[in-house]
Design a protein around this ligand. Structure first.
Ligand SMILES: Nc1ncnc2c1ncn2[C@@H]1O[C@H](COP(=O)(O)OP(=O)(O)OP(=O)(O)O)[C@@H](O)[C@H]1O
Ligand SMILES: [K+]
Ligand SMILES: [Mg+2]
Length: 677
């Protein structure tokens, strides 16, 4: 998949398929979706009828000229179709590659009577399966038991295997990937036909591609312009008749086609498709073009800390006893409080014990009531059968829990917690009933290169806010180290949504990246929600983009592509309309010159003859479309700078360029055409 994604823009196969598709797209039913080009198609058919049956028309004019007009018009439509077909082609090719990886697989389904081998297509949401080392994971799901390394290259193109484990934010697995070591039990989360690969196929195929609100608005504008020029040209006939000038229908049709915005009309959908495709080539799946466009206008970005800005494997790296607790006792209670905690943090406590050969009596925990970690309480633990309650969690949460029972806070707790936090670590307090025993030092590191990436975002005019459930001191340290603009500590899932809503209420567009189930509501609320592929199924479901490489800083590229998409569309619209204005000056004087000699002052271009003027303008109008296909596909050049600067620069280049290009182009074409007629 990744290989095909990075393929060159043009291959002979892609061009061949696009040529064929351009003919198929001539079907008027399909053409009607693009009103500008549909008008050109109707004109083409009319002129063809005049070439074939001149006797049926009042003033058909010269047959040779009409035939020339017919061919140029036909190519105008074909060029526009070709642009769209070419943009769609890469996605179709990718979809074919994906479909080939989607073969039927065997699955080991867990049933009441034991493990049964079934076909992957028989699996339904909620089914439990077991996947052994070397086997393909037969469907999307969440690991409910075990840890395994999984080769996800089929979807991400990345050959290094990734760890998947029950409980945490790294529990979701994708059908079609392979377990390279160990064995996991997986609960299936998607019915057949609704899997991640299925969604990916329909995405790259563009099967569900819908016009974005921006595209619809632009289309309405282009259609209105077309309608206005249609009225102008239709009324021109009688006016010319009154002045005793014969304007034949093919000449009027040519004039109309030159005046209506065919350049942008022909390239509009190619620009949108190519923008989506550029996002895909960065290994990001965008669920809609709307999401990509929204990314181009983002003002604020919300990121969570653990796993996004840091690596996210918060591991117990040290134990710091406080008060009268001994160095030996603290890890034991921490471990007893973690025996059933299958979050990465909880498991890391048990790993520490194993690694350092510290033994403890796990039997104490037997029969106890496990208290799972919750983002709301920020604690986890166990209520033992003898009545003792063990808790570990965020320092202030545990402190409050102890104080509520009338317990005291030992000296040194805060100082030690602050010391851990100041290093960017997360301190977890451990308590049994009324007594706090000490701290677990959870270590995590900031991913490299974060500072540069946030600098880049700042230059694009985007403010970054880190939202974390962690304490204010740890949050401040990591925020400083990573270089975010602002941070919010001790935030619960609803706080993230509140921040997003607050920004949105101030008229800002908000992007959010996340991977956890607790991020899902915020991902859904944000204008651009980018979920990590490593994240939970809930997060991926809620988001409108998924990063296959699970690199949250990738949002920077997505924003750049979104901006580039909006700019490309704006630039080509400006160019197209400026072009049409210039064509007006080429054709109108030439058409009326014979009858109104004063028109000659307007005839700045001094074209060979009225007929060669019309043909030259029409040829220019047609060939500008294929000439601009590379720009439409690649997008205009983008550098991080303020929106206003970019806008004025583009207006200058594409507005003035659009005015000048036809004068030069039409004059050159006329020099050649004039020789023939
Ligand atoms: N397994 C656990 N048991 C007890 N407490 C935990 C556990 N995991 C985390 N905590 C505590 O709860 C706090 C909130 O954790 P959580 O994972 O919800 O943060 P978050 O909202 O996802 O933010 P971020 O991912 O940005 O750090 C942590 O800072 C830590 O103090
Ligand atoms: K035009
Ligand atoms: Mg988290």
């Amino acid at each position: 998949m990744n290989d095909s994604r990075k393929k060159k823009l043009l291959t002979p196969e892609l061009v061949g398929a696009a040529l064929k598709d351009s003919l198929i797209k001539l079907n008027p039913v399909a053409m009607m979706k693009n009103p500008v080009m549909f008008v050109v198609e109707i004109g083409t058919v009319l002129v063809l009828l005049m070439v074939l049956f001149p006797a049926a028309f009042d003033a058909p004019g010269s047959r040779g000229f009409n035939a020339a007009v017919f061919f140029i018009l036909l190519f105008t439509v074909l060029f526009a179709n070709f642009a769209e077909a070419l943009a769609e082609g890469r996605g179709k090719a990718q979809a074919d590659t994906l479909k080939r990886t989607k073969t039927e697989m065997k699955a080991n389904k867990v049933t009441e009577t034991g493990i049964k081998t079934v076909l992957s297509t028989e699996l339904r949401k909620g089914d439990l399966i077991v996947v052994e080392q070397g086997e393909m994971i037969p469907g999307d799901g969440e690991v409910v038991e075990g840890v395994a390394s999984v080769d996800e290259s089929a979807i991400t193109g990345e050959s290094a295997p990734v760890m998947k484990e029950a409980g945490g934010d790294f529990s979701s697995v994708t059908g079609g990937t392979r377990v390279v070591s160990d064995r996991i039990k997986v609960r299936i989360t998607a019915d057949p036909g609704e899997s991640f690969i299925d969604r990916m196929i329909s995405l790259v195929e563009g099967a569900k591609r819908q016009k974005t609100p921006n595209e619809i608005a632009l289309n309405t504008l282009l259609t209105s312009l077309t309608l206005i020029f249609l009225i102008v040209v239709v009324t021109l006939g009688p006016i010319a008749g009154y002045l005793d000038i014969d304007l034949e229908i093919p000449v009027l049709i040519s004039l109309l086609v030159c005046l209506i915005p065919t350049t942008i009309g022909g390239l509009l959908s190619a620009i949108g498709i190519a923008g989506m495709d550029r996002v895909t080539r960065f290994n990001v799946l965008a669920m809609s073009g709307k999401a990509v466009e929204a990314a181009g206008d983002i003002n604020t970005m919300i990121l969570d800390k653990t796993g996004t800005i840091t690596f996210g494997n918060r591991m117990a790296s040290d134990f710091i006893p406080v008060g009268s607790c001994s160095r030996e006792l603290l890890p034991v209670w921490a471990a007893i409080g973690s025996v059933k905690d299958d979050t990465p943090e909880g498991r890391s406590v048990l790993d520490y014990m194993k690694k350092h050969g510290i033994s403890y009596d796990a039997a104490i925990a037997e029969g106890g009531e496990f208290i799972p970690f919750q983002a709301e309480t920020r604690m986890s633990g166990i209520d033992l059968t003898d009545g003792r309650k063990v808790r570990k969690g965020a320092v202030d949460a545990v402190r409050q829990w102890v104080q509520a029972q009338g317990g005291d806070v030992p000296e040194g707790l805060d100082a030690n917690a602050s010391a851990i936090a100041a290093e960017g670590g997360t301190p977890l307090a451990v308590a049994v009933d009324k007594k706090i025993y000490g701290l677990i030092y959870l270590k995590d590191t900031v991913k490299p290169g974060m500072k540069e990436r946030f600098d880049q975002l700042r230059r694009m005019g985007i403010r970054t806010i880190m939202c974390t459930g962690d304490n204010p001191l740890t949050a401040a340290t990591i925020a400083r180290e990573a270089g975010v603009d602002d941070y919010i500590a001790e935030s619960k899932p609803e706080d993230k949504i509140a921040v997003i809503r607050r920004e949105q209420a101030a008229g800002k567009l908000v992007a959010m990246t996340g991977d956890g189930t607790n991020d899902a509501p915020a991902l859904a609320q944000a204008d651009v929600g980018l979920a990590m592929n490593s994240g939970t199924a809930a997060a991926k479901e809620a988001a409108n983009m998924i990063d296959l490489d699970s690199d949250p800083s990738k949002i920077i590229e997505v924003v750049a592509i979104g901006k580039q998409l909006l700019m490309t569309r704006g630039a080509l619209t400006t160019f197209s309309i400026a072009n049409d204005v210039a064509k007006y000056f080429a054709i109108i004087p030439a058409m009326f010159m014979a009858a109104i000699p004063q028109m000659d002052t307007l005839n700045v271009m001094k074209l060979g003859s009225p007929l060669s003027a019309v043909l030259s303008a029409l040829v220019f109008n047609a060939i500008i479309i294929p000439l601009l296909i590379p720009l439409a596909m690649k997008g205009v050049a983008y550098k991080p700078m303020s929106g206003n600067k970019l806008l004025s620069r583009n207006l200058l280049i594409y507005g003035l360029g659009g005015l000048a290009a036809p004068f030069i182009g039409i004059k050159l074409i006329d020099l050649v055409v004039h020789v023939w007629i």
